[in-house]
Write a protein that binds this ligand. Structure first.
Ligand code: HAM
Length: 432
């Protein structure tokens, strides 16, 4: 029987070493920006009780109805996290922050899982950088959140993105809006998709977020929540818009943004890269002022967002910004001049590693000429050649590949010699 060829499941993929330089770039940009905006990193588990997502994301949503990877063990049902907000709020409450230090700015970076149709920028395992600011209703935090999301893309050099903003209202204005949407949809309900017909009674606002082309067309002309906002929620929204203007962040008001998760209240926003196509949102977020209470805590305001890396990579690729983002090579390649010095070269590589220098050697023990070819392919800035005559004199040859210069260096000084050369090169690179 032929051995089967195994592949990663559809919509899941490996990040290969060749791609890791670009990943680290996004990750370090995220960590650095989060720190600048006062966020601390949270690392919750990937698996949570299924009910946590049902309660927070909403029972009648695509994520909960169709997209969760759920496992059952004994009496329990667990799901791989499809998003990070629910877990962050659960962790916030479990850590006791609601009592000890209710204002918290937390961020996370890691894989999420949704059983979606894989397409460009959409995968079944994808990475999100998410931030959650819990414990305040202050509109400055809404503006700050949007500014942080926009800064992330700006730091990566992505222009031409669009931040879009809306308000979902809250309480009475949301109830009134729901009724207005119902009245708009009802006459044509039978023409809507099956999902939307089913959701009409239980969660009519989800119909506005339907991806079905028929529904999208029918939804045209639906009432806008911005026209139904209470004076208090209108004032909050206007403050967010004014604050964004004050700090020079451009965001367009887009009443069609309703988000696909149930926990949102008041401000909602997305950042889009129109070049990617239909599913162009690279970031989505907003306020969720009642989620902490809904999960068993006090009634506290909260706002946050998550940026998806899959879409961000697609936008970076379209903009030609991924070239030259590979990981740096090792610091040096240790070659043996002849057959008698293979073990000595191995020992020199070990000494270098112990001294903090990244060193490679040729495990195939090829001829020197071939080792040097291999060294130049790796792109190491230094090659150390270990020869038997030099070894007897306690020295090795060091070749600086950029300068094409060769020097004889006492073995005991090799680590210091390479380190000072590498530090010099790093400071030159830092200045240019
Ligand atoms: P979301 O809009 O569902 O919001 O996801 C945020 C971002 O994650 C999307 O804009 C998209 O870039 C990315 N994303 C979502 N699904 C996929 C997928 N299948 N493949 C690739 N990327 C994907 C949330 O998840 C909320 N928890 C955001 C939030 C945080 N709101 C408040 N705090």
């Amino acid at each position: 029987m032929a051995t089967p060829v195994y592949k990663a499941p559809r919509g899941l993929r490996d990040v290969l070493p060749e791609q890791l330089g670009a990943w680290r770039w996004l990750e370090s940009t995220a960590h650095d920006l989060a720190r600048r905006f006062g966020y601390r990193e949270l690392r919750p588990p990937l698996l949570e009780d299924t009910e946590l997502f049902t309660r927070s994301v909403g029972e009648v949503t695509d994520i909960v109805e169709k997209e969760m990877f759920t496992v059952r063990k004994a009496e329990h049902s667990f799901s791989l996290r499809p998003e990070g907000t629910a877990g962050a709020v659960r962790a916030y409450l479990e850590a006791g922050y609601a009592k000890t230090a209710p204002f918290q700015k937390l961020y996370y970076l890691g894989p999420m899982f949704r059983y979606e149709k894989p397409q460009r920028g959409r995968e079944r395992q994808f990475t999100q950088f998410g931030v959650e600011c819990i414990g305040s209703l202050d509109p400055r935090l809404d503006a700050e959140s949007i500014a942080l999301a926009v800064s992330f893309f700006r730091e990566l050099g992505l222009d031409g993105l669009e931040a879009r903003l809306n308000s979902m209202g809250d309480g009475a204005d949301r109830d009134a809006y729901r009724e207005a949407v119902r009245a708009h949809i009802e006459p044509n309900l039978s023409e809507y998709s099956e999902d939307s017909q089913r959701r009409f009674e239980r969660n009519v606002l989800r119909i506005l977020d339907s991806k079905d082309p028929r529904d999208i067309e029918l939804n045209e002309g639906a009432p806008k929540l911005l026209d139904h906002l209470s004076p208090e929620n209108r004032a909050h929204f206007d403050r967010v818009v004014a604050l964004l203007e004050e700090i020079g962040v451009s965001a367009v008001v887009d009443p069609s943004i309703v988000r696909g998760l149930d926990y949102y209240t008041r401000t909602v926003f997305e950042v889009h890269a129109p070049s990617i196509g239909a599913r162009s949102a690279l970031c989505g977020g907003g306020r969720y002022d009642h989620l902490v209470e809904q999960l068993g805590g006090p009634d506290l305001g909260a706002v946050g967002f998550a940026i998806g890396f899959s879409g961000t990579f697609a936008a970076l690729e379209d903009a030609g910004l991924l070239a030259g983002r590979s990981e740096p090579p090792a610091d040096c390649f240790v070659a043996s001049a002849d057959d008698s010095t293979h073990d000595a070269a191995f020992a020199v590589a070990s000494e270098l590693r112990a001294g903090g220098v990244a060193a490679l050697f040729d495990p195939e023990a090829r001829r020197l000429k071939n080792q040097l070819k291999m060294a130049s392919k790796t792109g190491c800035p230094y090659v150390v050649v270990v020869g038997s005559a030099e070894l007897e004199q306690g020295v090795v040859q060091v070749k600086d590949m950029a300068r094409n210069e060769q020097t004889s260096v006492p073995r005991g000084e090799l680590v210091a010699h390479l380190r000072s050369g590498l530090e010099g090169a790093a400071s030159v690179a830092g200045r240019t």
